[in-house]
Write a protein that binds this ligand. Structure first.
Ligand SMILES: Nc1nc2c(ncn2[C@@H]2O[C@H](COP(=O)(O)OP(=O)(O)OP(=O)(O)O)[C@@H](O)[C@H]2O)c(=O)[nH]1
Ligand SMILES: [Mg+2]
Length: 418
């Protein structure tokens, strides 16, 4: 109990310390007062059950805690709430200002320079750290994992499902990479992740996915790839995030070899859209596999930022067309003329095509899989758009370096994004 209290006090912006004015000061009050004096700068002291006269002696006792002037409170009768509010307001304002300063990025920038040329992949900095979200079903060990990574017991963990209620982000250096990592509430079955994303974006874990550049989908080795896990992984892919699958609690897995083979098979079968994404086995409890997880996350981030030059792409496209020509519906072969990468994070490509509507999806998949293999982009979502002749040249009309944040406000109506 004491440890939990200390952690909660650590994490809180402000603490309301309630003593029982009718019972007077008790030894336990001293214990809590001591924790508060040491750990939290913003303590509001309340002498509760202060309605009537029976609490008077206890109220004056409360001064001796050395936590400032107590508020006369009656939680049951609603007395003293105005004073409580008055005490809380200046603290809240201070924290609001601070929170606005340190708030995580809500939009992931696309690094783009003049004339649609993509710049070098961004390198995370202290100001703009690498953003990683850990998501998964309740009890998978998300909070335990983050505690292990940051080397401190900052987050509450426990054997019951549903310990984490709100997502929280923590700054740390992962190796030498400035990182902000998001812990999230375990996603429960009833959260229907397949509904419209807008509707769902209210849900905690989904918001964390939007903040993130890399999403770590944490599975419990004992119950991997359940329906929920699949939905979560699919959502991260559809949102265009780099995905790393981590299978936790590997320390208590009895049949490691056979299990791993089964996991890989299930992964390829159930999540073909994430083909090639890294799958690492870890133990958040013992710390085993943390280095492999780190390597997988950094690599996924790098791949997600990958840029392929237009010249290389078109040489590649020519070869792909020779190896496996597109179909010729009604005797006229569909022509794929030209290809370019229009975005990174995740990588997106446009192919100029004579009849985009007639080109089967299987051909797009052929190209996507080829891109993955030949340009070493496993796991990352790849977007491929076929554009017809009448459509705009992807190089035309490209706004010169409008910051993406501004663009968001202007609306995403750029011709080449339609
Ligand atoms: N054996 C073993 N137990 C683990 C491991 N990681 C976490 N646990 C245990 O699993 C339980 C759940 O861990 P949490 O970190 O609270 O799980 P969570 O995913 O944050 O859960 P919610 O916050 O409820 O969504 C705790 O009892 C942990 O001690 C692991 O690698 N091995
Ligand atoms: Mg948790």
């Amino acid at each position: 109990m004491r440890r939990l209290t200390e952690r909660a006090v650590d994490m809180a912006d402000a603490c309301l310390f309630m003593m029982d004015a009718r019972a007077g000061l008790l030894p336990a009050d001293e214990v809590f007062a001591d924790i508060l004096r040491r750990k939290n700068a913003h303590v509001i002291l309340a002498a509760n059950k202060s309605e009537g006269k029976a609490g008077d002696a206890g109220y004056y006792d409360a001064y001796s805690l050395g936590l400032g002037e107590p508020i006369r409170l009656s939680a049951e009768h609603g007395e003293g709430l105005g004073e409580l509010m008055t005490a809380l307001e200046p603290i809240a304002e201070e924290f609001e200002a601070r929170a606005a300063e340190t708030a995580p990025e809500t939009d992931v920038d696309i690094v783009e320079g003049e004339d649609g040329e993509l710049e070098e992949a961004r390198v995370p900095t202290a100001e703009k750290p690498l953003q990683v979200a850990v998501i998964g079903r309740p009890n998978a060990g998300k909070s335990t994992l983050i505690n292990k990574l940051i080397g401190e017991d900052r987050l509450l963990t426990g054997p019951e499902a549903g310990i984490t209620r709100d997502s929280i982000s923590l700054r740390f250096d992962w190796g030498d990479v400035p990182t902000r990592i998001f812990d999230t509430a375990g996603m429960r079955k009833k959260a229907k992740v397949q509904e419209k994303v807008e509707k769902l974006s209210v849900a905690d874990g989904l918001r964390a996915v939007k903040f993130a550049e890399v999403v770590v989908v944490l599975l419990d080795a004992a119950i991997p790839f359940e329906q929920q896990d699949l939905r979560i992984a699919d959502l991260a892919e559809r949102e265009g995030r780099a995905v790393v699958i981590a299978v936790n609690k590997w320390d208590v897995e009895p049949e490691k070899q056979a299990k791993l083979a089964g996991l890989k098979e299930a992964f390829n079968r159930l999540l073909p859209q994430l083909r090639g994404a890294p799958l690492v086995t870890i133990s958040a409890k013992t710390g085993k596999g943390m280095d492999r997880l780190q390597a997988a996350v950094m690599r996924a981030h790098e791949t997600w930022n990958r840029r392929v030059s237009t010249a290389r792409l078109n040489r590649w496209l020519t070869e792909m067309l020779q190896q496996h020509p597109p179909p010729a519906p009604g005797g006229r072969r569909i022509k794929l003329r030209y290809m370019t990468q229009v975005k990174t994070r995740p990588p997106a490509f446009v192919v100029m095509c004579s009849h985009p509507d007639k080109l089967p999806d299987s051909y797009s998949r052929y190209l996507i899989n080829g891109l993955r293999e030949d340009f070493d982009m496993p796991g990352t979502p790849i977007r491929l758009t076929m554009r017809g002749q009448g459509d705009k040249n992807p190089y035309k009309n490209r706004k010169k370096s409008t910051p993406s944040r501004l663009r968001k406000h202007l609306g995403k109506g750029r011709a080449d994004e339609k």
